[in-house]
Design a protein around this ligand. Structure first.
Ligand code: ZN
Length: 497
């Protein structure tokens, strides 16, 4: 047993408590809190963040971390906690407090400016503050960049350890080379899929009941989780006995249905964290990309799989007899997989989704690495949409202003969305060789699949990186070709091309 680690524990517990409280307030702001609460609650959240900062960067904590790094007797989990803590301290401390505050104020203002600009379809009113944000983000990355390391690589590493522009160029290059022509072939095929029946008078209460059923069916545990309504669906993780998902309802029944299955995937990951890790610095999913891999695995690879619907489509028909009673399961499965190149990323289908991300990746590289002036963004954005997806935004609201990320200073975040899909596909192609994947779905046995994911991914929390996890499971490094093969096989069959 390590004495230094024992001494560190109460500090870690305090930091964790501040963090948990902060997350709970953030959840509450998006779901239940009254509209007027925000300014006052923001102050509370600010104080909690400050307290977290002072615990983590406490002089005593830093001494103890140094001692722990030298000690031999630490367990694997303790070593990992110390590693995460050291990284957290470095991240928090490398930025001068004055600049940190300025940046926090800047981004607090800019999300409002962005939201108005998007509403008014006015890029020029957002451009000046975006320029400032880009400058700050680059400066902050430069504080942490190693010798000769690209600034964009520093940002990418924050979201996905071990993934740099070199790996991502290869990944997105493969997508561009193979998916863009495949999509063209598919849209030129003239095959029309009718999905109009997914839109209509789907009552909110019925959608909620269906959502709950499917969340539970795929394995979201309502004794350790809850589901609420928010403007945009998301998952909040307090610890492995309290994981919260949200959804929203409109007249497209598939929107809420698949967002619930998606968020359940995120939730199941967090519920699979063992007691030994939860409420520690390594007690969460390992990365953004691996998290998306799990949510997309549940949403697409399981949820949009024809075999998945064989045992449960009848349940959905019973819930919506008027809308779906006359629709055969084959027709339903085609409709939920319809490919439609569109302008908006969050509404994209499974096939075109990663092309939306490819565009953002190429643009971020130019913004951060090649000093692209922000004024040029709207045109570059539109040109790339036309080139890769065959659609051109008529206005900036449906174009470059659609995502909140840049206004929050999040650069390097987008690639993890596409990486997640690719991780998931690599896992699926491997699992198919080891188990009768579709056979299990047809029997309604999600458990075997979920247990595989828990045993090989969820139970490790942050003890392994996403890349290590992939390697340990499949015996192979990250390989984007599986993702392409998966998509070409699935959509080739659906569209008969
Ligand atoms: Zn997600």
């Amino acid at each position: 047993m390590s004495n230094a680690y024992e001494e560190l524990k109460p500090f870690l517990e305090r930091a964790q408590a501040f963090q948990t409280a902060k997350i709970l307030f953030e959840w509450d702001n998006e779901t239940l809190a009254p509209r007027m609460a925000e300014p006052n609650t923001t102050k509370v959240v600010g104080t909690l963040s400050g307290e977290y900062f002072s615990v983590v960067t406490d002089r005593r904590v830093k001494e103890l971390v140094k001692r722990c790094q030298k000690e031999e007797g630490l367990t694997e989990v303790e070593r990992a906690v110390v590693r995460e803590l050291a990284e957290e301290i470095e991240k928090l401390e490398c930025i001068p407090p004055k600049e940190y505050r300025e940046f926090a104020e800047l981004t607090a203002r800019s999300t409002g400016i962005w939201a108005r600009a998007r509403k008014d379809n006015d890029f020029d009113s957002f451009a000046p503050i975006l320029k400032e944000i880009v400058e700050y983000t680059k400066k902050f990355a430069s504080y942490r960049a190693g010798e000769g390391q690209k600034l964009y690589d520093v940002m990418l590493d924050d979201f996905e350890k071990g993934f740099d522009t070199e790996t991502l160029d290869r990944f997105f290059g493969t997508l561009k080379e193979q998916l863009v022509p495949f999509l063209k072939k598919l849209t030129d095929s003239g095959v029309e899929i009718d999905n109009r029946f997914l839109t209509g008078d789907y009552k909110k209460e019925d959608q909620e009941a269906a959502g709950r059923f499917f969340a539970e069916y795929v394995g979201f545990d309502f004794d350790r989780g809850v589901m609420a309504v928010s403007a945009h669906p998301f998952t909040t993780n307090l610890h492995n006995k309290d994981v919260r998902i949200t959804t929203s309802y409109n007249d497209h029944v598939d929107d809420s249905l698949f967002s619930v299955i998606h968020e359940s995937g995120h939730g199941i990951y967090e519920l699979g964290i063992p007691d030994e890790l939860t409420q520690t610095l390594v007690g969460q999913g390992t990365s953004m990309g691996m998290h998306e891999s799990q949510s997309r695995f549940f949403e697409n690879i399981i949820g949009r799989n024809e075999a998945f619907w064989v045992p449960v489509y009848g349940k959905l028909q019973e819930r919506f007899p008027k809308q779906l009673g006359h629709i055969a399961v084959e027709q339903f499965v085609k409709a939920i997989n319809k490919v439609e190149p569109s302008l908006i990323r969050t509404q994209a289908d499974e096939l075109t989704y990663s092309l939306h991300v490819l565009i953002r990746y190429e643009i971020e590289k130019m913004l951060i690495g090649e000093d692209l002036p922000v004024e040029k963004l709207p045109k570059i954005w539109a040109d790339k949409y036309e080139e890769y997806l065959g659609v051109r935004p008529e206005n900036v609201s449906d174009g470059v202003l659609q995502d909140i990320h840049w206004s929050q200073g999040s650069f390097g975040y987008f690639p993890s969305y596409a990486l997640g899909s690719a991780f998931g596909a690599q896992l699926y192609m491997y699992m198919r060789k080891k188990m009768d994947f579709e056979g299990l779905l047809r029997k309604g046995d999600i458990r075997t699949i979920r247990e595989f994911l828990r045993e090989n991914i969820h139970q490790y929390g942050k003890l392994k990186t996403s890349r290590q996890i992939l390697k340990d499971i499949t015996g192979e490094d990250f390989n984007p070709q599986y993702y392409i093969d998966y998509l070409v096989e699935k959509y080739g069959k659906l569209y008969g091309i």
